[in-house]
Design a protein around this ligand. Sequence first.
Ligand SMILES: [Zn+2]
Length: 314
Amino acid sequence: MTATFRYFVERALIALLFIYTASPLHSKEIALTFDDSPRFATGYFSGSERAKKLIRTLKQHEVQQVAFFSVSKRLDEEGISRLKMYSDAGHIIANHTHTHSDFNQLSLEEYSQDFEQADLLLRQFDNYRKWFRFPYLREGDTLKKRDGFRRLLKENGFRNAYITLNNYDWYMEGLFQKAIVQGEEISLDKMRDYYIDVLMQSIEHYDQLAVKHLGRSPRHVLLLHEMDISALFIGNLVDELRSNGWKIISPQDAYEDPIAQYQTSNIFKFNPGRIGEIAKDKGQKRQLWHSSLSEEYLKAKFETEVLSKADTLP
Ligand SMILES: [Zn+2]
């Protein structure tokens, strides 16, 4: 091999290696979804401020499309205008029942009616999709309920819009809003760092769990809620994800993953999400819920990292 030839071979190998590692095929992929819209807004932002901030931030961060799993009972005038803003911005509106009912508390018939009522009311939005997300991720605690509702979704052309990445963002929102009501001085920088750290921990946990049981990182679906801390920090979360090698994809693309066809054979009274289902089906018993899915943990961390005055003195 001449020196020149060897030089070209080396350059070609380096280029190939770069293409391989930088290829989108090899980055981890994640779609963003927001539940409970139009969720009550009586704290930091009004409903309309929240929606505008969320839409603007997603656009600034070049996130083309997210999904809003909506509860139709909350469609008063303001709620309708909020969902219309999301739909007009190109985001997906989908079904999360009429009353945010808990399947463990209702019969199959009652739950089906709640689903159908939401379907009728949410159709008014241009970007409505026949996607269903179970409130509390509870998919039926008996065989009759689980299989009966699976059949109903199928007959009506609905997708089970599962999540893969679970967390307690709603509990962090509660801590944030309560501190504001109590007149605490909250550093938004500290709140942001707390929020990002908690979410990244659970995201990496579920991704590792997926790799362990599937042998690959699937196209993920992140569960978030339509809340003030989501509107405040979604841009920061997107930046953090990207700097850790994640690519943001649309929920539509995420549901093209083969795990969308997966159906657990177990009955879950409390469901940890699709990765947790797969892990349990494969015999794993612990850590189906990541340790950050704990009110006690989140409260203690909030008190030390967000409320602590220790390092805020001039
Ligand atoms: Zn919900």
